[in-house]
Design a protein around this ligand. Structure first.
Ligand code: UDP
Length: 327
């Protein structure tokens, strides 16, 4: 069996990636410090608990499992938190990734798939963002991911580290079979918070800013289903294994939804009311982030199947009602 190290495999996206990797015939080895992830989400392969900043731990994991590739999901990913505590993002995301990348090349592994973000692009006049768009992050989360992209480029030049960078837009939904799902504590992402407001787990959903220069005044994002997102990762992994070389791909659908549109869709899909409060802007938020996603489709052959708002909210709602993890 071909082994892939999956950092953050106990988290939301990483656990879904482990599922599709095992279905594709790989053995996913989860590496996770459980700071935000859940051991119960590790269902599809071995688990190694430890921190990416611990080089001795990483060397042992590489020696034990001899992975053909690394898929690196582990990171802090909250825009708001990155603005109030940027040091956390530079230490955890950048130093942790640097240590992982050094351990990867020291182990002679040359294939690396990296979770980056559309937040690396920053504010760009509402145009659809392509992989060639300039990267000017406006929050520390995006800056930390951009820095890791630079590290990967340097390590390709020095050590031949082949890498596929995926710049995610907004990931939503859950495994339709209900084996894994999104469960953050505390939750900060829009769709699970809307669902919390719907079923009374919180009093109301606060809309962060209604004075943006968009048709309804709220921010616009491009939502992609987590199952489609992780399918792209398997394609990216095979791309590297086939020796096609380093590349960067946006993963979004090219369609933008405002915060109000997400709320309205959730209301009609669940047939339940969403109590809302109109609040002020959240530091670090861009007005509009929408993907030009042709490269992933044309070059990787990525074909998103579930990334409609209907499927994303329905799958998230089903998970929300039935699934959760405990410490
Ligand atoms: N948002 C909001 N209220 C919330 C959480 C998020 O209005 O309680 C907005 C947020 O300002 C952004 C969009 O929803 O415009 C998506 O935010 P999320 O945190 O889900 O993802 P991000 O775009 O930050 O990665």
């Amino acid at each position: 069996m071909t082994t892939v190290l999956v950092t953050g495999g106990a988290g939301y996206i990483g656990s879904h990636a482990c599922k599709v990797l095992s279905q594709a015939g790989f053995t996913p080895v989860t590496v996770d410090n459980l700071s935000t992830g859940w051991e119960q989400a590790v269902k599809f392969g071995p688990f190694e608990q430890g921190d990416l900043q611990d080089r001795v731990f990483l060397d042992q994991v590489f020696a034990k499992h001899k992975p053909v590739a690394v898929m690196h999901f582990a990171a802090f990913s909250q825009v708001g938190e990155s603005m109030s505590d940027p040091g956390l993002y530079w230490r955890n995301n950048v130093f942790g990734s640097l240590t992982l990348i050094e351990a990867t090349v020291a182990a002679g592994c040359t294939n690396f798939v990296f979770s980056s973000t559309c937040a690396t692009y920053g504010e760009q006049d509402g145009v659809a963002l392509t992989e060639e768009s300039a990267q000017y992050p406006i929050n520390a989360y995006g800056a930390s991911k951009r820095a890791i992209e630079d590290i990967l480029e340097n390590f390709e030049a020095s050590h031949g580290l082949q890498h596929v960078i995926f710049r995610y837009f907004n990931v939503a939904g859950a495994d339709p079979e209900g084996e894994v799902g999104e469960f953050h504590q505390p939750e900060t992402h829009l769709i699970p918070l809307v669902l919390d407001a719907i079923d009374g787990k919180r009093d109301a959903l606060t809309i962060y800013g209604t004075d943006y220069e968009t048709p309804d005044g709220t921010c616009i994002r491009d939502y992609v289903h987590v199952m489609d997102l992780v399918d792209a990762h398997v394609l990216g992994l095979n791309w590297l294994i086939e020796g096609k070389g380093s590349a960067a791909f946006n993963l979004g659908t090219g369609s933008g939804f405002s915060v109000r549109e997400v709320i309205d869709s959730s209301r009609s899909i669940t047939n339940r009311d969403v109590p809302i409060v109109e609040g002020t802007r959240r530091a670090g938020d861009c007005t509009k982030l929408v993907s030009g996603s042709a490269a992933a489709r044309d070059q990787l052959g990525w074909a998103p199947k579930r990334s409609t708002m209907e499927a994303m909210v329905s799958d998230a709602w089903r998970w929300h009602q039935n699934g959760h993890y405990d410490r």
